[in-house]
Design a protein around this ligand. Sequence first.
Ligand SMILES: C[S@@+](CC[C@H](N)C(=O)[O-])C[C@H]1O[C@@H](n2cnc3c(N)ncnc32)[C@H](O)[C@@H]1O
Length: 198
Amino acid sequence: MSLKNPVSRVDTTQETLLFLKRWLKHPLRLGAIAPSSPALTSLISRSISVKPENYIVELGAGTGTVTRRLLEYGIPSAQLYVVELDPELCAFLQKSLPNVHVIQGNATDLASLLPKEVIGKVSSVVSGMPMSTMPLNVQRKIIDACLEVMMPDGEIVQYSYHVTSPIPALKLGLSKKRIGTAFLNLPPASLWRYQKAA
Ligand SMILES: C[S@@+](CC[C@H](N)C(=O)[O-])C[C@H]1O[C@@H](n2cnc3c(N)ncnc32)[C@H](O)[C@@H]1O
């Protein structure tokens, strides 16, 4: 998918300061110390598309750098649901992206956070959450919640600074594939695609 819709800019200094402030409060929960770079958000957005009858879910949107890029690359806001745990980041997302469905909550509860009409019609879940630092039982809850809301051939697209897969695919019944790496991100980040194993 190519760049289509310009999305209103946010003050990047304000965005970075907010991210840093929340990182100081919850370093493990945020994982990264700064929002994703344009190199990474472009890689993610080029890898995602949506049919008119389906939906995209973004987990752990932070200040919305990936969200804005997905919109710019043509994902309609009506088909995009964003879930963010941090109340302050969530308030920022709701204010800066008024047309997107922004939900404050835990990704483990995804199936009960989304409206009923969306369940089973999610083609891609994009995640920026620090999955690799979460205990296996929490990872399992999140993956099970994703599988519950996704179409049978839906995908989980996860970005990570790890050299190896940030999700233990085999243990969680998933197939995995590295889609690409954004070398211009600091540190370089890889993008992974997970699907329910056959
Ligand atoms: C590395 S930041 C990603 C920020 C943004 N997507 C970006 O690329 O700039 C990870 C985000 O995941 C959120 N998060 C962590 N655990 C979560 C959970 N269980 N449910 C929802 N969001 C979560 C954090 O609050 C944080 O905003």
